[in-house]
Ligand binder design. Structure first.
Ligand code: GLA
Length: 695
């Protein structure tokens, strides 16, 4: 018979076990393989067994940590009370279980402060979403200077962290590094997620690979400044804190007020990094996105004409885009008044009459009559000092107590804390969408929030509120225009995160469109994000970034691994190019369900080649992309050993070959690729289930 209060949070392939220790603190007894309730009940607490208690090993608990006067860890919640005390002693008070949601209320022993931890279970995706609400029930104002909210106990045997670092046009990459005996920290500053790293990580014991081994992973559902700290404690336990960056954060909670920390989602897989990606992909598609409707094949004007857009060139491009099968035409930056370079115009969201004398509606109508949707690039949170909006409302920007505002990319950030600014942005967008019959917005954000705050509002709070207000505006727009698709963007992928995806439909993952770089960046991106949110364009050759020359076919194959788009000056393409493009777009549309909503397997990435596979969940079809990067020493590209197919089924390839699923998994599909930047696509169809392939 159990004498403990214990919860076994079960997903299809994992268990997460929390209990109340004898001292009223929460203990995380297990996160990993599924356990029955009986098994969970037999788990030992660390103090029961194995660890010699000492004055150096005191802990304020596993699920949230605070300055309780004993714990030496960085607190996940940091309070200051009016009497100067910073001590908080949280003890379990009550639990509420409601379907797949568990709430654990912790209360400070002395003051009327509650911390409510919530656990939402997504059984099919093996994901648990953790939330944290801090409630001030006291009659004093309480100050918070750190709000990670979620303290996550990781297995002691985890030795390595996998994460997604980057910088502009090099985001994200994949990195793996041993966890140090101390604090391993990743962060994003400046009021946005940033290029430096995604708020996502995974840990393992150092032996996991794509298909093998236990992997624990978590991510923050938040698009503002953030911090991850993975700490090896004095008793060699491993804890991760994931939350709002504490830099400049001072939240004063008035009596009766409460604050929610950003949610953290976590998943476990015993099937390696591929298993963890599967879980994240399913979770994002099923629970984060509003819909998994197929994303349209897009044309975007940015790399074709930069700021130099006008009605006649856009009409010409639109005609061509429709001919090759594009379904959406987006005019990127440069379409509005005063916008001939990056130093003007932001805020004046009216068409430039010199570029579009009759406005944008005729172009929109023409695009629609060509059978495509129509969209525009906007950067609604920004203003250029050279704009009417700034001249009329110089006080609408963030400043730090009268400091001269700092321009970056020639622009300043609007103060979304002001209701009139939010109203203005909403009304501006509503007008643009209605007047121009828009179906799509590319919503950009091209500089950090570096100076924010005044005497009354500190920078950290401004940055926190900015993100909340951004989400609010996005939601209002989506509610008013349910048909509208929104692509999130921030100088490439600096706002590609699960927070932004909860309020948009897809993201621009990086400003790097060089196809060879993209193979690596898209691969890294796929650790956390499904292909249906990964906008990917075929741009010109040589690449604007690297000057690398590549064939149009290679560029198409790379872009087809995400949401296919075209971003080159297609009026310059010759007949052969257009014919190839038509074929590629057709091939993509035929397999879009597999790529966007199927199961993705990163087959391999070596120095000279790589391959990626997408298949349906029933394993009846697959599409495989193989890339030779740079050939050396006459080496052949390795056979493509496919995953997730049925061993006893026979499959055919589009080039007429026939293999059993078992052969495809073990011997693999031979491919013949010669030359640098060569690529191929193979479609695989199930021929019919057969018996007797054994021995
Ligand atoms: C950002 C985006 C680009 C493009 C430009 C326009 O850098 O990431 O795709 O839209 O802005 O100025």
């Amino acid at each position: 018979m159990t004498t403990r209060t214990l919860w076994n949070l079960k997903t299809a392939r994992s268990s997460y076990v929390v209990s109340v220790g004898t001292d009223g603190r929460l203990e995380n007894l297990h996160w990993g393989v599924p356990l029955s309730d009986e098994e969970a009940d037999s788990l030992h607490t660390p103090t029961d067994f194995g660890i010699f208690p000492s004055s150096f090993s005191a802990s304020s608990g596993d699920e949230v940590s605070s300055r309780d006067g004993r714990d030496l860890r960085t607190p996940s919640l940091d309070f200051t009370f009016p009497d100067g005390s910073r001590v908080v002693n949280l003890k379990f008070a009550e639990a509420q279980a409601d379907g797949d949601t568990l709430s654990l209320v912790m209360t400070d022993v002395r003051r009327e402060i509650d911390v409510i931890l919530t656990y939402d279970i997504f059984p099919e995706q093996d994901v648990i979403r953790r939330g944290c609400r801090i409630v001030n029930r006291s009659s004093d104002t309480v100050r918070l200077s750190a709000v990670s909210g979620v303290d996550l106990k990781l297995p002691r045997r985890a030795k390595r962290i996998t994460y997604l670092p980057g910088r502009w046009a090099a985001d994200p990459q994949l990195a793996q590094t041993p966890l140090i005996d101390g604090i391993t920290q990743l962060e994003g500053r400046g009021g946005f997620t940033g290029h430096r790293s995604k708020p996502w990580f995974a840990v393992d014991d150092g032996t996991a690979n794509e298909t093998f081994g236990e992997v624990w992973s978590a991510s923050l559902m938040w698009s503002g400044s953030w911090k991850l700290a993975v700490e090896r404690t004095t008793v060699e336990e491993l804890h991760a804190q994931l939350g709002i960056h504490e830099d400049g954060l001072l939240v004063d909670l008035a009596p009766g007020e409460s604050m929610d920390a950003p949610n953290v989602v976590l998943t476990y897989s015993a099937a390696g990094f591929g298993g963890v990606s599967d879980n994240w992909h399913d979770f994002v598609r099923d629970e984060v996105l509003r819909s998994s409707e197929p994303r349209p094949v897009l044309f975007n004007s940015w790399e074709a004409h930069m700021f130099d857009v006008n009605e006649s060139t856009q009409l010409e491009l639109a005609q061509r885009a429709a001919e090759i099968g594009c379904e959406l035409f987006v005019v990127d930056d440069g379409w509005f008044r005063g916008r001939n370079d990056e130093h003007g115009g932001l805020g004046d969201w009216y068409h430039d009459p010199r570029k579009f004398p009759a406005g944008l509606l005729p172009l929109s109508r023409r695009v629609h009559s060509l059978g495509m949707k129509f969209g525009l690039w906007v950067e609604p949170e920004m203003v250029s000092p050279r704009s009417d909006l700034f001249r009329e409302h110089p006080d609408w920007i963030y400043t730090a107590g009268g400091e001269t505002p700092v321009e970056m990319r020639g622009q300043l950030v609007l103060d979304l804390g002001r209701a009139e600014v939010r109203r203005h942005i909403r009304q501006t967008l509503e007008r643009l969408i209605t007047d121009n019959e828009l179906d799509y917005l590319k919503w950009d954000f091209n500089r950090p929030i570096t100076v924010a705050g005044d005497a009354a509002r500190s920078g950290g709070v401004v940055v926190r509120d900015h993100v909340r207000h951004l989400y609010e505006v996005l939601d209002e727009i989506r509610e008013k225009f349910p048909h509208l698709l929104i692509e999130g963007c921030a100088g490439g992928g600096a706002r590609a995160d699960y927070g932004m995806l909860s309020h948009t439909d897809l993201v621009w993952p990086t400003d790097n469109t060089d196809p060879l770089d993209r193979i690596e960046l898209q691969r890294a991106f796929s650790f956390a994000f499904p292909a249906n949110v990964t906008s990917s364009w075929v741009t010109g050759s040589p690449s604007l970034l690297n000057g690398r020359v590549s064939s149009l076919e290679f560029r198409f194959h790379v872009a087809m691994c995400g949401v296919l788009g075209v971003g080159d000056d297609i009026t310059l393409w010759d007949d052969a190019d257009l014919e190839l493009a038509r074929r590629m777009v057709g091939l993509y549309k035929r397999n879009r369900d597999l790529v966007q909503n199927g199961r993705l397997s990163r087959l391999f990435l070596s120095e000279d080649s790589s391959a990626v596979q997408y298949n349906d969940h029933a394993a009846t079809r697959a599409i495989v992309f193989a890339f030779a990067h740079g050939r050396a020493f006459g080496r052949r590209i390795e056979n493509l050993r496919l995953r997730n197919l049925m061993p006893n089924a026979w499959y055919r390839t589009n080039d007429g070959r026939r293999y059993s699923g078992r052969m495809l998994a073990s011997v693999g599909l031979p491919v013949d690729l010669t030359g640098d930047l060569a690529s191929t696509v193979i479609e695989v169809y199930q021929e019919g289930l057969v018996s007797g392939i054994d021995g």
